[in-house]
Write a protein that binds this ligand. Structure first.
Ligand code: NIG
Ligand code: FE
Length: 408
């Protein structure tokens, strides 16, 4: 069964086969084709070309002059959590910082207490609401982290919920074990790092519940030495590293991530030129999370300087109950332009191909490429990509197609 999308004003985000990420000046480019069709065969992109050459198909979708983009890829989320942290939101409005809330036993530990009390079914139900909300805003691939369990049983509970989400939603889901998100309440720091390395990682690997291992390597959480141990333990069980680094301080997390060939180092609100140097010639994708900069009032990442230094940049939502309670990648792209001064093309590359790379799936999603999954957004009739971040609150998604099927 094939489907042809016709009357596309412009396809944006065309990338040749085999290009897995964009770096430096490549960030300024994306392939485009005006007045075009795109043919879907099953769940894959089969062909595209000028309208004048449109082939016969079993069925047609009329884009009615809208643009066609790849759906968003969100390489950093914590969407499996129980309840909310709106009380802490009020504390924040009244002047407490993220660190002060955490030091009072709130923050991640607050979410951990709520998750402990929540049944697996209820956790799945609450999390699926967020997954569906993200999909409705144009996201077709999502990385989801554990990290609110903070003991072996509850971390496994979270990962089993992530597995269920993966089995039941049309977005492509990648799974990250983030046991080292905070020190679980009943452990000392030293004990907890040992439990993560010697109990949790082997158990997670035995059940095949994660693709990646992550550590919150930052001031007041896990040290560079802890991170080194945890990433090494993860690697022994086939878990590729991703890192939370340099959100609260210049933590050394970028360097340790690069040393372990991390797929990505994420946050980077606080970086010096040494981090930029460390990332040069590495396989690691610097990933910035403008949603948490916005919500916590932190500096936005130095994305433009990273690109000028020849690096790639990915943008992700960091959807979580404490520092970024939104998974809206349209807004992430817009903040990339408005607050980080990325061009719309740079921000598109950062929220599609490069964020797919940051979860190891840019051979399957993240661009308009023959053979990739047909994960596509048809926009309202717009004349330029600039309209997307410019109209940052307009519901500009006209239709969303995931795996070749119309979702909305
Ligand atoms: O990426 N920084 C660490 N972890 C999350 C926040 C988690 C939370 O506050 O619940 C983040 O911002
Ligand atoms: Fe995070």
């Amino acid at each position: 069964m094939n489907t042809c999308i016709k009357n596309i004003s412009e396809i944006i985000g065309i990338v040749p086969q085999g290009i897995l990420r964009k770096q430096g000046p490549e960030m300024n480019e994306t392939g485009t084709l005006t007045n075009a069709y795109l043919l879907i065969d099953g769940d894959r992109i089969a062909a595209f070309g000028p309208m004048a050459e449109m082939p016969q198909a079993d069925q047609y979708i009329d884009a009615e002059g809208g643009m066609l983009l790849p759906s968003f890829c969100d390489s950093h989320t914590h969407i499996v959590y129980a309840g909310t942290r709106d009380g802490e939101f009020l504390d924040k409005i009244n002047g407490l910082s993220y660190e002060e809330i955490a030091a009072r036993g709130g923050g991640i530990l607050n979410s951990s207490d709520r998750l402990h009390e929540c049944s697996e079914d209820e956790l799945y139900r609450q999390s699926m609401i967020r997954v569906n909300e993200m999909i409705a805003k144009g996201t077709g691939a999502i990385e989801i982290k554990s990290g609110y369990g903070l003991n072996p049983e509850d971390e496994m509970k979270m990962l089993r919920v992530i597995k269920r989400i993966k089995q039941n939603c049309p977005a492509l889901i990648m799974r990250t074990f983030l046991g080292a998100h905070a020190i679980g309440r009943k452990y000392t720091h030293e004990e907890y790092v040992r439990v993560v390395c010697e109990e949790m990682i082997p158990a997670v690997a035995r059940e095949g519940l994660a693709d990646f291992v992550d550590v919150f390597c930052d001031e007041g959480f896990f040290t560079v030495e802890d991170t080194d141990r945890i990433l090494s333990a993860g690697k022994n069980f086939g878990l590729r590293p991703k890192i939370h680094a340099n959100e609260l301080a210049v933590s050394g997390g970028v360097q340790i991530g690069v040393k372990h060939n991390a797929l990505s180092v994420d946050h980077l609100e606080k970086t010096t030129d040494a981090e930029i140097e460390a990332l040069r010639n590495s396989v690691t994708m610097p990933t910035m999370l403008p949603g948490s900069s916005f919500f916590l009032g932190l500096p936005f990442g130095r994305a433009k300087e990273f690109i000028q230094a020849g690096l790639g940049v990915a943008l992700a939502s960091d959807y979580n109950p404490g520092s970024s309670p939104s998974g809206d990648m349209r807004f992430v792209l817009a903040m990339g332009c408005i607050r980080m001064r990325l061009t719309p093309v740079q921000a598109l590359n950062a929220t599609t191909l490069n964020s797919a790379y940051a979860m190891g799936i840019s051979d399957q999603v993240g661009s308009i490429t023959v053979g990739k999954r047909a994960n596509l957004i048809i926009t309202r009739p717009y004349h330029s990509l600039n309209m997307i971040p410019y109209h940052y609150q307009t519901p500009w998604i006209h239709q969303l197609i995931l795996n070749g099927s119309i979702i909305q």
